[in-house]
Design a protein around this ligand. Sequence first.
Ligand code: PLP
Length: 396
Amino acid sequence: MSTSEPAKKPRGRQFFANPGPTSIPDSVLLATAHQTVDFNDPNFIAVYEACIAGLKRVLKTRQEIFLYTGSGHAAWEASLVNLLSPGDTILILESGYFSLSWAAMAADLGVEVQSVAADWRRGVDLGALREALAADKGHAIKAVCVVHNETATGMMIPLPEVRAALDATGHPALFLADTISSLGSLDFRMDEWGVDACVGGSQKGLMLPTGMSFTGVSAKGMAAHAASTLPKHYFNWTNMLKRPHRSFVGTVPVSFFYGLQESLRLIEQEEGLENVFARHTRLARAVRAAVQHWSGNNGPQLFCLNPGRYSDSVTAILMPEGYDADALRAVALQKFNLSLGGGLGPLGGKVFRIGHLGDLNEPMILGTLATVELAMKTAGVPHTPGGVQAALDALA
Ligand code: PLP
């Protein structure tokens, strides 16, 4: 037998425990496999309008929503170019890799970026946000940008407290929230929390393929848009409002809407949005119980050190000193067909991530945790065995 023979395809399903894209339910996959239709066909328009209404219910908003063919980065860019003008200042709450990336995008677009620095393991001090807003007497800050759920570190930032900081200081800045890894997994209330623009994507809690993203926009956001002068065309909300679909400058990606219609049916009718959140909380607790158990004996530990801000959609796990997270991930993938998320930016090789969002149940979580424990044993990573039992105890 030749040694250069390709690796055999493993039997059984791959366990896909990445924090997005996430596994797609079979019924959504089937719904997406729809024959092409004219996007102005009245039958499609009915599906489209039902999807927009459903998406607004998930965002908990009655305001505008604009959609783009593009991943979450597209919605990030759309929110900035539609609300700001060259030289405007934004204040971004540092949370991890994704907050830095959004800030870098803003800088590239000609926006001045101020940030509230944070220890990524403990999370931003919202007192520092209040101080920064109070110090900005001339209201130079046009927008405060927050990643609701920092996918890179497994930390959730309490958005009502950000709103309270804006209100307490009487600061008129727009409130922008990235809901990419929270929407459809953690509670998010655009209108109640006074969010002016929220950014979401298809491939996480909505359980769709990657490639469609959107922005919910408040009336205050629309007024800011009217005055904004950053260059834009495909993302221009004014151009979109003139289109029959009030979105998509160009071809409407119809297949997504057949998938979205089904995913909204699963979320709202089959399970119920509040039950979706409860399931995420339950499964997340089991994951954390396992990791906290493993952490004995110098094992891997929760990256997030702030229990009040644990994310219920993703857990980042810090490896013991001297052990490489990517080597462990390679064992999990190559030997056991389990795909785990890697560390991003400065956390590369130091952290691995378990995504627990979307189409997920107890057996899938327990299978993932058992396989992580098996991979640690196989790779010689120190840990206290029995994390799966701790997860069972959390679930029972
Ligand atoms: N924001 C957050 C919180 C994310 O998790 C991601 C991707 O994982 C993004 C933004 C970027 O989205 P995309 O990769 O879809 O462009």
